[in-house]
Design a protein around this ligand. Sequence first.
Ligand code: SF4
Ligand code: SF4
Length: 474
Amino acid sequence: MPSSIFNLRVPLANDDVFLMNTLTDAQIIVSHDVAALLDAPFDLERLDGETRAAADLLIDQGFITPGRDHDRTALANYMAALTSDTDELNVTLLTTLQCNFACDYCFQGDHGDYNKFADKMSMDTAARVGDWIERELERVQPKKLVLTFFGGEPLLNLPVMYYLAERLWHATTRRGIPQLASIITNGLLLSEAIVDRLLPFGLKGVKITLDGDRDTHNRLRPLRGGQGTFDRIIANMRRVAPKCPIAIGGNFDDSSWESYPALLQFLKEQEFADRLVKVNFKPVVRAAAGDSVAVPTKKSLKGGLALTPVNAEGTPLKPLGGTCMTSAGEGIASTCDSCKSLDEQMTFLRDETRKHGFDTPDGVHNGPCHVHMKHAHTIGPDGSLYACPGFTGEKGMSTGHIDDRRDSWRQIVQDKFDRLSPWTSCGDCAFIPVCAGGCIAASHMTLGDMNTPACHKSTYEAAVVSLAQTCASA
Ligand code: SF4
Ligand code: SF4
């Protein structure tokens, strides 16, 4: 019987082998002899004793299948079930594109075009967003509503965040389903009052970005006037941590990755360390001097939604170019947490994070990401709908509108997303069920084609080795 095309193998010490099947997510450690059953066809009826039991286990866990055609059909069924899954209605809300930071990687998207689109969601739009989400709750009948408040800096538009959290909490409560809300914030304005206000309405956590140790973070994520932000963020975390779990994200580059172990040590020594439920660092990738391939280029942002920089108190300054680069597109700490990871530093930092006692994604179970899910949406401040946060820097990539306008150009974009299947170019890659062809936003921005895979297989391979070692030592 043939071995599944979705099998991964990592040799371990003592002649053991870690086996993983990415389609069934089975993970087992077996002896070298058992793993060898995957190497050559055998007649099940002729096996007996322990060998038969081992073969039955491999079949049961999906490591041995009827053949390649079966595997391809199983993959197609898996993707179809996943993309149309109705368990969860997932909405990322960009309540504002204003930002009070001048992050190094985001500032490079700065451009002179003035933002002619709404940069802050009005209460009127928020009311229509609430209407749209309630219509979706009725139509989809999900088992839960997952809300993520994002921006720009979402804490610069508190009235809209409070209004939508409260309204949708009541809407979900009436339907007998939970609302799980979270905020992705730079942390500067985070307060106990904000957390207290949202906890009764389903706030489950806050994600804060720290780009390295104190000095490095202050260099990469300063205020517009150049002032550091690290101390104030940590002080805010200290205050809210007893009330609300915190996730940490971070964006590293060649100049900053070495500072992350010091950040991890610092976090480990804080009294709120046990409230840090997830720590996840990702690279910012720079293509050429001054340009980042991890974010929309100036060209791609032409006509896009512009971030509006504001000072620490929220007074508007000169416009920027796109959604917060903290969390959209490849290589950056993401709302979806699926964006690519691509180099040795990533593996090093994942290991360091674990060594310091923090939970971090394993780097294998990355996707398929929200862009493939029919019931995951990102909503811009003007009510435009997007397939994922990675496309909000480009108005022309909007797939619809909360007012259910029938714009032909949005329908064309929606059709493109409906037809997406970059993994069909990936042959028999064993990572397809967890990668699905990589980050679509990255493919669009860096390759100019959403259906061309943005492949980082070597990073997946390194992550599997790391996962195998973790399993072996558990
Ligand atoms: S396409 Fe990229 S940015 Fe969008 S959800 Fe997927 S991994 Fe994230
Ligand atoms: S993009 Fe690369 S790693 Fe991902 S499924 Fe395709 S070939 Fe495999």
